[in-house]
Ligand binder design. Structure first.
Ligand code: TXE
Length: 511
């Protein structure tokens, strides 16, 4: 069932390239704690060459560079990438499950989404030619203005480990569709499938330098990319702390950034729900991807009148969740990605207990699994709004619970967070859901569900969850800049030399 991890190098200027310092990072399977391979570790010199290669791809041949090629040409490559990924779907899904610990069912679905994402942006690349020049209607006839949409240039894409290839696709596909050249720096904790994307690019003959993939450590490869003066924009998915470092690193150059950061999303359950359905969405919303989703609905806010029954069923269903090696049939909860994350999550749980919260289910390693970074589905009650478990992102299978008695109280609790990524509301009263959605301070609201995302719809957060929207047309806009082009079309002189005499108080209007 398991597959061999290919030994790859950095992907720069269309070729495999050994890292300058020949350093490599071991790849640990989080389910077995075994080393299953290694990835190259890029340092400053490698990132430098990768950025240069990307820059060259935009100026290789002025008439035919990547950014000025018709959208249809770029679309052809994006579709070819999608089709290769589909061919290799099962192998890539297995590699990703072994690398990240995500259940194989999930990685299989994610890799399918990766292919769809490349196809979707191929479509938008084709439409882009027609939309590249848009006239603007002005309040004067002396001028004509149009707007040009142009690729931003060389973009640095830095991604996380919870959706290794999918998060990369959310950035690479629109960046390439827009005509940018990119340097991708995946997370050192799960890079294998991103290196396979390099192999796919070689297979489809993507022009050299259009996409470069430099694996390596965040504070080395990532930091160099972020502060590089020849990188025009950074798009980042990761923690809020690193997001703020990235903003600071780019600040001296006024480098634009798009940030998709952490979250502490609420799921608010009103008294009129179908309890079993709501329990299923609650479990899905927190235990999917082993609890490691930026938008995970990790704070359950349930109406006090149904809380007891809801909690009984929640615990009953949590007991039924299959925790196993991600490659096993029917696995619903695998290990978290690394020893570091495992220890961090257990520390969150012990701090919550020491602050007076109560673990009503889980809270530890499952008894039947002696190896691997497994943590039981964990449910915590008796939480106060000042507790760390209520405020900070755990990024693990840990749900904390509070009750409410009125809609106002529920909204206050839901918005009581520095984050603003996702939020879910569950009620049969759709008017109430709509009203409540408007009050929620979040970039994404789910009604009677939690977590679904769609390639066509915008994704991103507010407050400390970042800014900028990925996916859909918004995802393409991140990689386009807007240029105003204005032409003076009147036969008459502009008239600035004909200033009215000083004593004349009539107003002069140029426009
Ligand atoms: O994140 P980092 P980590 C949150 C989650 C998790 C915590 C830590 O709470 O527990 O972050 O995870 C690169 N300059 N999320 O340590 O450090 C790094 O190499 C440039 C939420 O993995 O943010 C990796 O490629 N790059 C999140 C990427 O940043 C740097 C998903 C993310 O790493 C860098 C993952 C630097 N100075 C974690 N330092 C979400 N929004 O979904 C690191 N990196």
């Amino acid at each position: 069932m398991a597959v061999r991890v290919p030994r790859r190098q950095l992907f720069i200027d269309g070729e495999w390239r050994e890292p300058a310092l020949k350093k490599r990072i071991p790849v640990i399977n989080p389910a077995t704690e075994e080393t299953i391979g290694d990835i190259p570790a890029a340092t400053a010199q490698d990132v430098e060459i990768a950025v240069e290669a990307a820059r060259k791809a935009l100026a290789r041949d002025k008439a035919k560079d990547w950014s000025s090629a018709p959208g249809a040409v770029r679309a052809k490559y994006l579709r070819a990438i999608a089709s290769k990924i589909k061919e290799r779907k099962s192998e890539l899904a297995k590699l990703e499950a072994m690398d990240s610990g995500k259940p194989l069912d999930e990685t299989t679905s994610d890799i399918g989404e990766v292919a769809s994402c490349f196809e979707y942006y191929a479509g938008l690349a084709e439409e882009l030619d027609a939309k590249q020049k848009t006239p603007v209607s002005l309040s004067t006839e002396k001028f004509k203005t149009h707007v040009l949409k142009e690729p931003v240039g060389v973009v640095g894409l830095i991604t996380a480990w919870n959706y290794p290839l999918l998060m990369a696709a959310w950035k690479v596909a629109p960046a390439l569709a827009a005509g940018c050249a990119a340097v991708l720096k995946p997370s050192e904790l799960a890079s294998i499938t991103c290196l396979e994307l390099a192999e796919v690019c070689i297979n489809v003959g993507l022009p050299p330098g259009v996409l470069n993939i430099v694996t390596g450590l965040g504070n080395e490869a990532g930091a160099i990319l972020t502060s590089h003066p020849n990188v025009d924009k950074i798009a980042f998915t990761g923690s809020t702390i690193t997001g703020s470092k990235i903003m600071a690193a780019g600040a001296p150059m006024i480098k634009p950034v798009a940030l998709e950061l952490g979250g502490k999303s609420p799921i608010v359950v009103f008294e009129d729900v179908d309890i079993d359905k709501a329990v299923e969405w609650t479990c899905f919303g927190i235990f999917l991807t082993n609890g490691q989703i930026c938008s995970a609905t990790s704070r359950l806010i349930v109406h006090e009148s149904i809380a007891a029954e809801f909690m009984d069923r929640l615990v009953k269903w949590s007991k039924n969740i299959k925790i196993s090696d991600p490659m096993e049939q029917g696995c619903r909860l695998g290990p978290v990605v690394s020893k570091g994350q495992y220890e961090k999550i257990l520390k969150f749980i012990s701090t919550a207990k020491s602050e007076g919260a109560k673990v009503v289910y889980g809270g530890d390693r499952p008894e039947h699994l002696k190896k691997g970074f497994f943590i039981e589905p964990t449910i915590i009650t008796d939480v106060t709004p000042s507790m760390q478990i209520w405020r900070d992102e755990v990024f693990g299978p840990v749900l904390c619970v509070k009750t409410f008695s009125s809609e106002e109280e529920a909204l206050e609790l839901a918005n009581d967070t520095h984050y603003g990524l996702g939020a879910a509301v569950m009620s049969k009263d759709l008017e109430r859901c709509e009203r409540f959605s408007k009050g929620l301070q979040a970039g994404i609201v789910w009604i009677n569900s939690s977590q679904p995302s769609f390639i066509q719809a915008p994704w991103g957060g507010n407050k400390r969850s970042g800014f900028g929207r990925e996916l859909g047309e918004w995802g393409l806009e991140l990689y386009l800049s807007v240029k105003q082009v204005t032409e003076y079309v009147s036969d008459q002189p502009w008239g600035w030399f004909e200033a009215p005499p000083l004593e004349d108080d009539s107003e002069m209007s140029y426009y």
